[in-house]
Design a protein around this ligand. Sequence first.
Ligand SMILES: [Zn+2]
Length: 263
Amino acid sequence: MKIRDIAAAIEEFAPLWLQADYDNSGLIVGRLDDEVHSALLAVDVTEEVIEEAEREGCDIIITHHPIIFAPIKRLNSANYVERCVERAIRSGIALYACHTNLDSTPNGMSWQVGSMIGLDAMSVLEPRKSDPNAGYGVVGVLPRPENIMALLNRVKSIFNVGAIRYSDLPSEDMMVRRVAVCTGAGRSNIADALAAGADLYITADLRYNDFMMGENRMVLADIGHFESEFCAIRILNDIISKKMCNFAVRKSACSRNPIHYLL
Ligand SMILES: [Zn+2]
């Protein structure tokens, strides 16, 4: 299989033009005409994940986050980014990222998280002007109203969250019906979630002041960046295994949260 064929399958689902201006999705290390035999899927490229690819004989690593984000001027093994890129090149392993295009494509990351929670009638929270079916975040409804604490506990276990940070509750027995979701850092969509009438906004990377933005009618919950994006592996696995049934794809056993919780 050529890398070109794998890229085409992924980009048919999540076109590169949907990525944000600041992003670096696509093929980062390797050439489109290189032959590959087996892919490893992870959230991030790390030295552990590259070691796993070497051990398992995988010659392309497909991740959600791009290993190169800011421009690199030299490759001197000075930090993990440089070391990962150097090691991938030396080991003949291609690196491919599907990042904000996977976030904003229809049925992308937030849709996946929304359906894992059981949301129905989902629509895009911040639709793109050029394509209203694409954009960041989703808002949907639970099949029946659910107590806020029961729901947060359910979310905690579905996404294996070490600790959920959440804002003041209008009341302990608050019932939640409408839920907005944005995977990864979703602070820029707080106003959209409020405007969409969400009772709860589930996202990650919220700052102190963000927790005061619910106007006493919407609860904000930070479930962690990695936890909200771990589903990228499943989405990428589904795309590749459905479209190229004879190509070997494996979910990384070393893709892990860089953040630990002391409880
Ligand atoms: Zn992310």
